[in-house]
Design a binder for this molecule. Structure first.
Ligand code: BJW
Ligand code: ZN
Length: 253
């Protein structure tokens, strides 16, 4: 870890008034959840399938059962996973910032695993904005009604109670628009912040990857935390390391 950069970022963290944190799959890697790119590189079960094809409306329409079972398998693998020191450090930071009233820390996550929420980041207060949805929820493809039945172990696509349509996981697939309210809140957080932290994301998937540029255009300082830094030209401070190690050390007094 670059101690000099860490020291400078520690100061930025102390001084910032409005912070926007964007997290990606790398933040959950230390909880044992494989990242999207790892899955794409063929690690683990289902490796013969392309996640980019499975995580799409076309993929679902072509073979709903296959896509449904892929999500059921991921839910099963992820059900016992727990927040790691990165999730916990961020939740504590948010809580302390709120209590002090001196900082606003808004967390925008691309992760659908719900681990930020489990760590205590509060979705009701819009302190965590899950722009790609939540893998633990389902809704009807046709009428969008939420499906509240327990689906554990179910290998067939359930039918909507209201209209008989096909039930799908409440995540945002490729080619689908993000929830407008959530996306607006995320854009506002990026636009208004003076410090933007990009943690554990490859910054390849839009529109999330554009938030960093939006923050930069308004003069925010940009910090990236990733063991494999991206080549983004807008980053001011790159901290090469694992989120679960870097974040707790960032908030040390
Ligand atoms: C660590 C670590 C450790 C490891 N600590 N770090 C502009 C240009 C080009 C294309 C587009 C564009 N705008 C839109 C598009 C198309 C598309 C897109 O971006 N495609 C790209 C592939 C090019 N975007 C969309 O389709 C979006 N929709 C859209 O734009 O709609 C327009 C529209 C408007 C109006 C009407 C209709 C349509 C939707 C995107 C939805 C993304 N969904 C997914 C799946 C969610 C459900 C599921 O999980 O199954 O979200 S895709 C997948 O990628 C998932 C992730 O949230 C997302 C981002 O991935 P992330 O988090 O960055 O993970 P990785 O794996 O890529 O990276 C992990 C990183 O962690 C690595 O860098 C590691 O080094 C690091 N790491 N260990 C810290 N311990
Ligand atoms: Zn329905």
């Amino acid at each position: 870890m670059d101690e000099a950069a860490l020291k400078e970022v520690r100061n930025l963290v102390k001084q910032a008034k409005r912070v926007c944190v964007l997290t990606g799959a790398g933040v959950s890697a230390e909880s044992g959840i494989s990242t999207f790119r790892e899955a794409q590189d063929g690690k683990g079960l289902w490796s013969e399938y392309d996640p980019q094809q499975l995580a799409s409306l076309d993929g679902f329409l072509q073979d709903p059962e296959k896509v449904w079972q892929w999500y059921q398998w991921r839910r099963e693998v992820n059900q016992d996973k727990k927040p790691n020191p990165a999730h916990i450090a961020l939740a504590l930071w948010q809580q302390q910032a709120k209590a002090s009233g001196e900082q606003e820390v808004i967390l925008v996550t691309q992760n659908v695993d719900g681990l930020h929420q489990k760590a205590g980041s509060d979705p009701n207060a819009y302190e965590v904005i899950d722009i790609h949805g939540n893998i633990w929820k389902n809704h009807c493809l046709q009428c969008r009604e939420q499906y509240l039945e327990d689906v554990s172990g179910l290998l067939q696509v359930p039918e909507c109670k209201a209209c008989g349509g096909q039930v799908r996981p409440s995540v945002v697939w490729f080619g689908e628009a993000l929830n407008e309210k959530k996306w607006q809140a995320a854009e506002t957080a990026a636009y208004c912040c003076d410090l933007f932290l990009s943690i554990g994301t490859s910054s390849q998937v839009y529109p999330a990857a554009g938030l960093m540029m939006l923050a930069k255009s308004q003069g925010a300082k940009i910090v990236e935390i990733n063991p494999e830094p991206t080549q983004s030209s807008v980053v001011d401070y790159q901290i090469q390391g694992f989120a679960g190690l870097v974040l707790p050390s960032l908030f040390k007094a």
